[in-house]
Design a protein around this ligand. Structure first.
Ligand SMILES: Nc1ncnc2c1ncn2[C@@H]1O[C@H](COP(=O)(O)OP(=O)(O)OP(=O)(O)O)[C@@H](O)[C@H]1O
Ligand SMILES: [Mg+2]
Length: 240
């Protein structure tokens, strides 16, 4: 079942049409990937889904409820949460405090599916065991990315939207990140993933959707999508 249904979604910034009538279904039991060149509208799509931007037209439906244009706080209470392209945290607070604050927001815990009983367990899950007392801002970049995921998990999500989680990571860190992302559907958290790393995307995603200038130009299993002449043309052979 597609729990997230996006219909003819449009977002204009002044004269820029960032999303131009995008249809997308996301099955939260799978890992779904969104790819496309810089500026093709991927982050804007996430921003509209989680309520950070109001769409110019179109509809976002989640578990049968129309959430179009609702606030990020309300949408997070329904279990839809994204991470940021830039690693985001309260840099002067400890790692544990960052996750604790997240645990006070998002989807109510009495709504079932409580997977972790404490921030510490979330830190263990993302591979930050024993680092709870560290100041977030003092951590190396790879750990900050894990913290970003831990913060998102603190909100008790049903579907996590990850915006370029591998950006700036080295090969070892990317491999560890892939392991972590693969665990999410196993604990009942759907994943929708944006990244430019095609190794990561084809390794993780059961389906890929390709955006170009705000328009969906292809979707389907990764092998077929990455072989699509329209997709190859967009990437000019650079990244595939
Ligand atoms: N807040 C904004 N105000 C004005 N224009 C914006 C805003 N956010 C995005 N845009 C424009 O919308 C288009 C899509 O941008 P978006 O950030 O969604 O692309 P992207 O696919 O995520 O790119 P990247 O791969 O570089 O992250 C771009 O032309 C961008 O300049
Ligand atoms: Mg982006």
């Amino acid at each position: 079942m597609a729990a997230l249904e996006i219909t003819r979604l449009q977002k204009k910034f002044g004269g820029v049409v960032a999303l131009n009538g995008v249809d997308l279904s996301v099955d939260p039991t799978r890992i779904t990937g969104i790819i496309g060149p810089n500026g093709s509208g991927k982050t804007t799509l996430f921003n509209v889904i989680v309520g950070a931007h109001k769409p110019s037209a179109g509809r976002v439906s989640w578990l049968g409820t129309d959430i179009t244009g609702k606030s990020p706080a309300l949408i997070a209470r329904h279990g839809l949460v994204r991470t940021f392209q830039q690693a985001m945290s309260f840099s002067t607070l400890s790692v544990r405090e960052n996750v604790t604050i997240a645990c006070e927001h998002g989807r109510p815990r009495d709504n079932g599916g409580l997977r972790w009983s404490s921030p510490e367990e979330i830190l263990d899950f993302v591979g930050l065991s024993g680092l709870g007392d560290q100041t977030a801002g003092s951590m190396p970049f790879g750990n900050l990315r894990r913290l970003g995921i831990a913060i998102a998990l603190g909100t008790n999500p049903l579907l996590l939207l990850l915006d370029e989680p591998a950006a700036g990571l080295n090969q070892t860190e990317v491999a560890q990140l892939m392991e972590l992302i693969l665990q999410l559907p196993k604990v009942g958290i759907g994943v929708c993933l944006i990244d430019h790393d095609m190794f990561l995307m084809s390794g993780l995603c059961e389906r890929l959707t390709v955006l170009n200038f705000g328009t969906k130009i292809a979707e389907g299993p990764p092998a077929a999508v990455l072989n699509d002449p329209k997709v190859k043309e967009v990437y000019l052979g650079n990244e595939l």
